[in-house]
Design a protein around this ligand. Sequence first.
Ligand SMILES: *Cc1c(COP(=O)(O)O)cnc(C)c1O
Length: 364
Amino acid sequence: MTNLRIPGPTPCPDVVLKEMSRQMINHRGPEFAQTLNNVTGGLKKVFQTNNDIITLTSSGTGGLEAAVVNMLSPGDKVLAVSIGNFGDRFGTIARTYGAEVIPLNFEWGKAADPDAVRKALNDNPAVKAVLVTHNETSTGVTNDMEEISKVVREFDKLILVDAVSSMSSIDFPVDKWGCDVVVSGSQKGWMVPPGLAMLSVSAKAWKANAEAKMPRFYFDLAKAKSSLEKGQTPWTPAVSVVFAMEKALQMMLEEGLNNIFTRHIRIADMTRKGIKELGLPLFADEKYASNTVTSVKAPEGLDVKLLTKTMREQHDIVLGGGQMHLAGKIFRIGHLGFVTEDDIKEVLNKLKVVLPQAGFEVKK
Ligand SMILES: *Cc1c(COP(=O)(O)O)cnc(C)c1O
């Protein structure tokens, strides 16, 4: 079997895949209502929230777009905190719909500095919302969400969070940290194929929603909330992916949230340690290195394209490359969702063989 080690889509357990082959049902009938209610209840446990949870048929980006268009009006000032490609994307969505975006960018590979967020909010009192990425998949860095949320709450602003590649894998207690809209996506840490975006929406966010004037139709969260009260979605949902999510949530809750988080910490530690033992430098600031994806800096002489090609063709291991200006400069190893120590051991063992073939002599 392919060892798919990109940070999403991620491998799915057979029992989850089996759910995908079930016969269709009436998405407005009692059976689907039961499934959707189970899914919503399970998601609340994983998000650690009593806020509403809305499940949309879309990839993660649709969830980010929903967060923007449901909370903001054209002309609203937003502070877009970015530490990489996905942070940039969140800001671009807001700009596309007419928000006045104030970028707060940090060097790729580093985490956002909460004090800089405080300063930016002091300097820009009219800011309505702060956009921030919890786990920046393009660089393999996890922001200190607890601290950043604290700062944003000092100013009583809305906080919209991209937790697409962290929620379910890295501890993120939404209510404790007071985050208004938090977005995730089924194909990252959830052991489910692509197709669903899941969002938590706080009471404060619903107040903002009532006044928000950006255009929206398919991603109208108020419509989704009123449908959900009947155990439905406004439009035909990806029924098969919802079945898969119901099963995956059951598995996750059986494993236990804390066990899942510690498994991710353990496997990420092992990955970083193994990479360093090969003599390769980590790209991310190690203090903030992500527990769902490890980014590795390509040393002089290493041909990243040849490395990933050889790993794929000779060993059936699929690694991630670098995005945007990091193409050819880093490679990434995904370790989120349905992942074990053995999956990573195999990657490290085969890297030892392939690195010299791609121009890098492994440390003896
Ligand atoms: C994967 C990802 C997204 C969304 O990507 P889609 O391809 O639309 O699912 C957004 N943010 C982060 C941090 C991601 O890892």
